[in-house]
Design a protein around this ligand. Structure first.
Ligand code: S3P
Length: 177
């Protein structure tokens, strides 16, 4: 079966990208369970490395500082063993991040339509760029701006209306794990 000796033979990580609410953490967790590879959540790594939550980093130091920490966290993974890496939605905005991600393994875009994302983001309180105060129109325009960047991924997997299991199997099959 596809996954039988994957964790023993794989030398590559799997990198998940996509907008906030695309399911990177959920799919990442399921991929990690199935593959035996550890899950690294880049946002959690930033929190660990910086000793502050993401809303606090944004509020106290601003988005540019967060982006620097994001790249630093990614860089800190360059000598790591293979992992399932769930990134933050804004990782695609800096060219250096693409180089760092591609060195680790295939970059996979978890694609979701606006309706899916909108409903998943409703009520989210820990995302400084998707707060209720920011408003839906602004969040949608950020998504639209980023779409061409996500499409630069090595592989694309659609998630709308699909179960986590289906998505996970398609990721593994497309990544030839
Ligand atoms: C961000 C997405 C968040 C987090 C930060 C910024 C973004 O991660 O990195 O709040 O710019 O899209 P998720 O995509 O996991 O929500």
């Amino acid at each position: 079966m596809l996954i039988s000796n994957m964790s023993k033979t794989s030398k590559k990580s799997i990198i998940l990208i996509g907008f906030m609410g695309a399911g990177k953490s959920t799919v990442g967790r399921a991929l990690a369970n199935l593959s035996g590879l550890p899950l690294v959540d880049l946002d959690a790594l930033i929190v660990e490395q910086q000793g502050d939550t993401i809303p606090v980093i944004f509020a106290d130091q601003g988005e540019p500082a967060f982006r620097r920490y994001e790249t630093e966290a990614l860089r800190s993974l360059s000598n790591t063993f293979p992992v399932i890496l769930a990134t933050g939605g804004g990782i695609v905005g800096h060219q250096e991040n693409w180089q760092l991600m591609r060195r680790l393994g295939p970059v996979i875009y978890l694609r979701a339509n606006w309706e899916t994302l909108r409903s998943r983001l409703a009520g989210s309180t820990d995302r400084p760029l998707a707060t209720a105060e920011r408003g839906e129109a602004d969040i949608k325009s950020l998504w639209l701006q980023r779409l061409p960047l996500y499409e630069q991924a090595d592989l694309v997997v659609d998630t709308d209306g699909r179960k986590v299991d289906e998505v996970v199997h398609e990721v593994l099959s497309k990544a030839k794990f």
